[in-house]
Design a protein around this ligand. Structure first.
Ligand code: PLP
Length: 394
């Protein structure tokens, strides 16, 4: 028996040794660079997720998620879904609108635009309150719109518009929503578990994220955190989706502790490990680390002469949107490929009229990774004869 255990141990040791997973630094806006311990947490014995053991795991996971945003568990619930982050937007929009009421979308970027498109697809009445993508939404316009439209029941906004990196004033938006009798739904997919969030302080009734961004786990698990009284009231609202209805999923969790349909089993194990690492690192310490990476991105960009799209003081501290230089030799694809081959992933922008790329401070990275990236970026610029400092027409 002893020999067997040793053999097994050596086998496992050999397996771990042979893995030596290459470490890529992802500077794209998620999925993020993960730790090896999170990667390995997915390698588990096969289990049927309908076992009591698995239900216990999900109970802990949901309560950990509430703790990440300081949501009291007697008032809030974390409801899990199998899907990428967009499922959270879909779920909130299709589930939380009472009959004969309207949604109001505070729209200043690609992700709030996605919410507007979801309203279109469901044929829901909504107000698309558009603001320039490189500016903060105007609170007076929001207030006036709410005053003039007493049938708005849901005010929807995006915390960090990941396309540009602008930080929206969700606390003020939520306060206005509440003053006019609406709930505040916030897409926190690219801030949750990075920027510290206290749902009650931020006037958030519902927020959402996916496991692959702030939590630094894997793709395939997303969640909505929201007020139980509102979810329970939503039982009476029109049901517009079968798979993505918030009340139905919540009710199933309440009854059985499980997801209605098959959960992403291995991703859940990875997320449990990621949460363990999140609490071990600490909310403030983790945010300080992302801030170090963000500042290193700015240092590196300034040294090369690159310009930001969004005013620095409006940036959420996680995504930097950078203008393409006006240099005939600049070719994003070539620069991308050069960096990619050396373990660094950069990402094109999401701004229709302007050519931009993005560098993000998400994931299990720190300032030295960013510094190493800028060594490679400088090489890439030299290799393709892009002038440094980079040039802009005006
Ligand atoms: C990443 C992200 C999403 C979700 O995108 P998926 O590709 O569906 O994972 C939603 N909202 C914001 C603000 C995001 O940054």
């Amino acid at each position: 028996n002893q020999a067997f255990i040793n053999n097994e141990w050596y086998e496992l040791y050999g397996f771990m040794e042979s893995l030596k997973i290459k470490r890529n630094v992802l500077l794209n806006p998620g999925p993020a660079t993960t730790t090896d311990t999170v990667k390995m947490a997915q390698v588990v014995p096969d289990i049927c997720p309908r076992e009591k053991e698995f239900a216990r795991l999900m109970k802990d996971l949901r309560s950990d998620l509430l703790n990440v945003v300081h949501a009291p568990d007697d008032e809030y619930s974390a409801v899990l879904f199998c899907g990428s982050g967009t499922i959270g937007i879909d779920v909130c929009i299709n589930s939380l609108l009472p009959e004969n009421k309207k949604l109001l979308i505070v729209n200043n970027g690609a992700y709030s635009q996605r919410a507007a498109e979801i309203c279109e697809y469901y044929g829901l009445p909504y107000i698309d309150l558009r603001f320039p993508i490189d500016a903060l939404p105007d609170m007076q316009t929001l207030q006036k719109t709410l005053e003039e439209n007493p049938d708005v029941a849901v005010v929807y906004s995006t915390h960090n518009e990941t396309g540009t990196g602008i930080l929206n004033p969700i606390r003020e938006i939520g306060a206005l929503a509440h003053r006019y009798g609406a709930i505040s739904v916030v897409d926190t997919t690219s801030t949750l578990a990075m920027r510290p969030i206290d749902v009650q302080e931020e006037n958030i009734d519902f927020c959402m994220a996916s496991a692959q961004k702030g939590l630094m786990a894997m793709t395939g698990l997303s969640f909505v955190i929201g007020r139980k009284d509102v979810i329970e009231a939503s039982k009476a609202y029109p049901k517009r989706s079968y798979y993505c209805n918030l009340y139905l999923q919540y009710e199933y969790f309440e009854k059985t502790g499980q997801m209605h349909f098959t959960p992403p089993v291995q991703t859940i194990y990875a997320t449990m490990q990621a949460l363990k690492e999140y609490f071990a690192e600490g909310e403030e310490e983790k945010w300080a680390r992302h801030t170090r990476a963000f500042e290193a991105i700015h240092r590196g960009l300034s040294a090369l002469g690159f310009r930001d799209v969004i005013k620095r003081e409006w940036q959420a501290g996680l995504v930097v949107s950078v203008l393409y230089p006006d240099d005939p030799n600049w070719d994003f694809e070539k620069i991308h490929d050069y960096c990619y081959e050396r373990g660094f992933t950069i990402y094109p922008g999401k701004i229709s009229a302007t050519d931009t790329f993005r560098l993000c401070a998400l994931g299990a990275i720190d300032a030295p990774d960013i510094e190493a990236f800028f060594v490679v970026l400088r090489e890439a610029l030299a290799r393709y004869h892009v002038r440094v400092p980079v040039v802009y027409k005006e």
